[in-house]
Design a protein around this ligand. Sequence first.
Ligand code: PLP
Length: 392
Amino acid sequence: MSSLRSDFLQYVAQTSPEPIDLTVEKAEGIYLHTPDGRKVIDFISGICVSNVGHGAPEIVEALQAQAAAYLHTMVYGEAVLSPQVRFAQRLAELLGERFGKVFFSNSGADAVEGALKVAKKFTGRSRIVSCWHAYHGSTHGALSVTGNDELKRGYGPLLPEIDFIHFNQFDELAQITEQTAAIIIEPIQGAAGAIVPAEGYLEAVRKRCDEVGALMILDEIQTGFGRTGPLFAFQDYNFEPDILVLAKALGGGMPMGAILTRTEIISVIQKDPILGLISTFGGHPMCCAAGLAALNKLIDDQLMARVPRLEALLHEHLRHPAIVELRGKGLLYAMIFQDYETADRVRVAALERGLLTIGFLSIDNGLRVSPPLTMTDAEMVAACEVVVAACG
Ligand SMILES: Cc1ncc(COP(=O)(O)O)c(C=O)c1O
C-alpha cells in the first residue's frame, strides 16, 4: 500500500541510500510535528536555517503581505523592488559601509560562486586559497573550494588553481601570495565539526591578505544571524573581511544567499562585460520579505542575548561518557563520539526519543547541536536529557 514515505522513496531524488525516517507535517517553535502525532525537537534548525524558530508569525505575515502584492516580476538587479531595497538597506545599516552593497543570490553555493568570480575580476588574479575540511557548497565552483576530496570523487574536473591550507596552521598562510585573488574561509569550520579558530588566526589571515593584496572572503553561511553569539561570527574577533557570503538563516526559511561587500568591489560586475553576475530569481521578493522579518525578529526579540545562557546549559547538561568532546561556539556545536557507529546509534536513539540531530559532512564521529535561538532554558535542558538518554 502506498504511503507518503513510500511515495517519497519512489518519486523524490534521495541524496543518501538511507534517508532519515522523519515525516514532517507541521513545524512550530523548536518542534517538528509528525503525522502520527509525535513532537520532535529540532536540534539542527534545518542546518542553521531556522534560527528564529519555526512558524514565526512575523515571517508568515510578511510572506502573506508580499504574496498579495506580487511574487516575481523582473530579473534581479534591474527593476526597483521594495522588499530587496529594504532588506539590503537593513543589512547595510547593521554592518556599515564596508558591507554597504548587497548582491542577492539563490543559495549559499550560488553566493560562493559569485564571490569567487568577483574576487578574480577585481584583483585580475586567478588563484584561490581555501581550507582543508571546509565546505562551501555543491556546485562546481563551490565544490572546487571545498576541502574534502571524498565529496569530489567522480565529479571532476573541477576548477584549477585552488590551493588548500590547514585551518589554524599559521605557517601555511604563506601559501597566500601575490598570485592569490582571494582566500575563502569560514570563521568556524561547520562541516568539519565546529572547529573554532585559534587565537589570532583569523586576524593573521587578514594580515597576510593585506600583505599580498588578496581579498578575504568570509563564508558566514552557517555561522551568521546569531548562531555563534553576535549577529555575525567575525564580530567577536579583531578583523573585517572584504566580502561576506551569507545564506541559510538569511532568508528566514526561504531560499536565498547574498554577497555583501563595498561598492568598489561589487561594481566589477557592471561593466566589461556588463551583466557579469546575473540571476532570474536572486533576491526574490518573497525571500527578501521573509528575510527582513526574520532579521527584525532576531534583533527585536533580543534572541542573540540568549545564546551565552543556552551555551552554558549545553555544557552543564550535555554530559555523558560517550560524548568524548563537546566543541564549538554559541549554538554551533559538535558532539564528538569515539567512532561513527556510536554517533549513528545515538542519532537513531535520539530520533526515537523525539530529537532530531544529524552528522557532519567532513567527520563521521560527530553529531550536530544547532537548535533555534528561541529555545527556552527548560527546552534546552530537556533536549540535553534526551541526548544523554540516547547515549545509553
Ligand atoms: C559554510 C557553508 N558554505 C556554503 C554552504 C552551501 O550553501 P547551500 O546549501 O545553500 O548551497 C553551506 C551549506 O551547508 C555551508 O555550511
